[in-house]
Design a protein around this ligand. Structure first.
Ligand code: KG4
Ligand code: ZN
Length: 335
């Protein structure tokens, strides 16, 4: 049974994991530098990069130890590492570590697209899932609707033309004086608010599957400037309802256009309570299976990178040691 070590350092999480050829997670360690970024209301690339430098070694050693492997010469069969998209300084830390270990241990290494990694996350919790699957991948940096025809065979059906969904959450939370990251804060506040309290537009009502959040963001700013008396919980509930309505409307259109066996959520925004219940409802309406990964699998981790790496090693073979990071690597360009 092959064992792959995954390494992920594209943003503020330093993560490593060991996954076997059946997509079982043997060990998975995630350290985050988020506490260093809170005061700035977003991830500071220089701080994230420096945090990876100090954390990467201990995180890899802990991962190997928890997998019961030798920390100096582990019997693994490959190393998978995120090489993009992400912050260049952060990516280079993980990539350099992966190449050095691949050379030292004489094992192949493979570069993985971070977004493709997210697509493999549901598989780690439901290894028997059936294709095709429609996935809504929504995080702080990306928002895409992806059709997965089979393992590793994906097509981007639509994506945001401006902000990512999580980015919009974070920016609105900042505007409202809430903490960072804003998604969990707004989600929590929204539970006690009234969604219709603030009249907000639902963007992108056309028939394509692209998404947009910047108009909504501006509308929230304008509305709260005009109605200064409005309750914060009502703003949160109205904003959340508008975001989820757009996402679910597009997902519904994608499901009408493509016959699938399942619908999945991925990325940090997949933790959103309204989105999760909306996707569950949509799945039952179309009589398909819903794949809602646990929080640990929604957010950045290295198990999903190891899983995508297992597939890439088998299908395309190892990457060359001359490969560099690609901070703008698009999912549509993965082949
Ligand atoms: O995938 P992730 O951990 O990091 C990347 O962006 O790659 O996603 C983080 C994003 C943040 O923007 C955060 O505000 C958002 O996910 N988020 C949420 C919720 N929990 C996290 N957004 C809405 N509702 C939530 N419950
Ligand atoms: Zn991510």
């Amino acid at each position: 049974m092959p064992l792959v070590l995954g390494i992920e350092t594209s943003c503020d999480e330093t993560a490593a994991a060991v996954v076997d050829g059946d997509f079982h997670v043997i060990s998975s360690v995630v350290e985050s530098s988020i506490d260093q970024h809170r005061a700035f209301g977003g991830v500071v690339p220089e701080l994230a990069g420096r945090a990876h430098v100090t954390t990467i070694g201990p995180v890899i050693r802990r991962t190997l130890k928890e997998a019961g492997l030798d920390q100096h010469y582990p019997s693994i069969d490959g190393i998978a590492v995120t090489s993009g998209p992400g912050l260049i300084g952060s990516l280079l830390v993980g990539l350099s570590a992966a190449k050095a270990l691949a050379l030292a241990w004489d094992v192949p290494f493979v570069a993985v697209n971070h977004l493709e990694g997210h697509l493999f996350a549901p598989l780690l919790e439901q290894p028997d899932l059936e294709w095709p699957i429609l996935t809504l991948l929504v995080s702080g940096g990306h928002s895409l609707i992806v059709l997965q025809r089979s393992l590793g065979q994906h097509e981007v059906l639509g994506e945001t033309i401006d902000d990512a969904a999580g980015e919009a959450y974070d920016k609105i939370a900042r505007w409202l004086g809430l903490g960072y990251p804003g998604g969990p804060e707004i989600d929590r506040l929204a539970q006690t608010g009234t969604a219709g309290a603030l009249k907000l537009p639902v963007s992108m009502t056309g028939s394509d599957l692209d998404l947009s959040f910047s108009g909504l963001k501006t509308a929230v700013v304008r509305a709260t400037q005009k109605h200064t008396e409005v309750d914060l919980a009502d703003v949160a509930a109205s904003f959340q309802a508008a975001v989820c309505e757009q996402l679910l409307r597009k997902l519904r259109a994608a499901m009408q256009a493509h016959e699938v066996k399942g619908v999945a959520l991925a990325g940090g925004v997949a933790a959103n309570s309204l989105l999760r219940s909306g996707v569950t409802q949509l799945a039952s309406e179309f009589a398909v299976v819903s794949h809602l990964p646990t929080m640990a699998m929604c957010t950045d981790n290295a198990a999903m990178i190891a899983a995508a790496g297992l597939y890439r090693l088998a299908s395309s073979g190892p990457s060359g040691l001359d490969l560099s990071a690609n901070p703008n690597w698009q999912l549509a360009d993965v082949s």
